[in-house]
Design a protein around this ligand. Structure first.
Ligand SMILES: Cc1ncc(C[n+]2csc(CCOP(=O)(O)OP(=O)(O)O)c2C)c(N)n1
Ligand SMILES: [Mg+2]
Length: 254
């Protein structure tokens, strides 16, 4: 768009995505989930796929995702979303299918489902919100919790000797032949949101082009679980999460 077009008043209006309804969100201030929901709503609408997309919602803080976005949804048991999505996509090849999962869901309880769906090259999108913690249940340690990071179940910080190393499951998924795109994004700045949206769209396009499994990881905050203000969380994420979970594409097969 030309600059003269961009600055026209009608193009400067910030609107709520059409697919987001008026149900008040239950997310805490500063939580990344709401922004990720917004991006999904925008991408689906931009692609004109609102009537043929099915989301698979998780157990975790995003359990009510189906209340906020007016598309079709199936609720999966904790960790089982990629298995449910596999069936949905195989039976409905013309539909766009995605899972929406937290790190406890994707990298702990559903590790097997995640790895095997990705390795089978299922034509689905896996949206992975990595806040390094079990948010919904009170901030317990997850496989993704950083070394030294305090949680409800490791108040003195994650101890590698006792709890093992944090898991970069995105890197692991990128090694599998069934994945065509594994990208790590974030939504803490306007620039990050724009980049993330671009990659999310690519993931959805891949799934309709039958290229295999696409994974979009969002390095995220959990102000309540981390016991920080939203501002502090963003800063902490940039200083601590990004060095261990660097943003960018881990795999992007054209
Ligand atoms: C099989 C199973 N194990 C454990 C639980 C309890 N449980 C519900 S949500 C949750 C943690 C969710 O954490 P995560 O997936 O990281 O999502 P977040 O809330 O952080 O977004 C757990 C352990 C469950 N519902 N089912
Ligand atoms: Mg989590």
């Amino acid at each position: 768009m030309e600059l003269t077009e961009i600055i026209k008043p009608e193009n400067l209006v910030y609107e709520k995505p059409r697919l987001m309804n008026n149900t008040p969100m239950h997310y805490c201030p500063g939580c990344s989930h709401g922004v990720v929901h917004k991006l999904i709503a925008e991408v689906i609408a931009d692609m004109g796929m609102e009537d043929c997309t099915i989301g698979v919602s998780p157990v975790g803080c995003a359990v009510f995702a189906y209340n906020y976005l007016d598309i079709d949804w199936v609720e999966a048991a904790h960790g089982r979303a990629p298995a449910v999505a596999t069936a949905l996509k195989r039976l409905n090849k013309d539909k766009m299918i995605f899972t929406y999962q937290g790190d406890g869901d994707l990298a702990a309880i559903g590790t097997a489902e995640t790895i095997h769906a990705a390795n089978r090259g299922e034509n689905i999108v896996i949206v992975f919100v990595n806040n390094a913690i079990y948010g919904m249940t009170g901030g317990q340690m997850a496989p993704t919790t950083l070394e030294g990071m305090a949680t409800a179940t490791c108040p003195d910080g994650r101890d590698i000797a006792l709890n093992g190393y944090p898991l970069r499951i995105g890197d692991l998924l990128a090694q599998l032949e069934g994945t065509c795109l594994v990208t790590r994004q974030s939504v803490q700045t306007a620039g990050a949101v724009r980049k993330a949206k671009k990659m999310l769209r690519k993931a959805f396009e891949n799934s309709m082009a039958g290229k295999g499994c696409s994974v979009v990881e969002f390095v995220s905050t959990c102000s309540s679980g981390w016991k920080m203000t939203p501002g502090q969380s963003n800063k902490w994420m940039e200083e601590n999460m990004f060095p261990f979970y660097p943003l960018g594409d881990l795999k992007n097969v054209e």
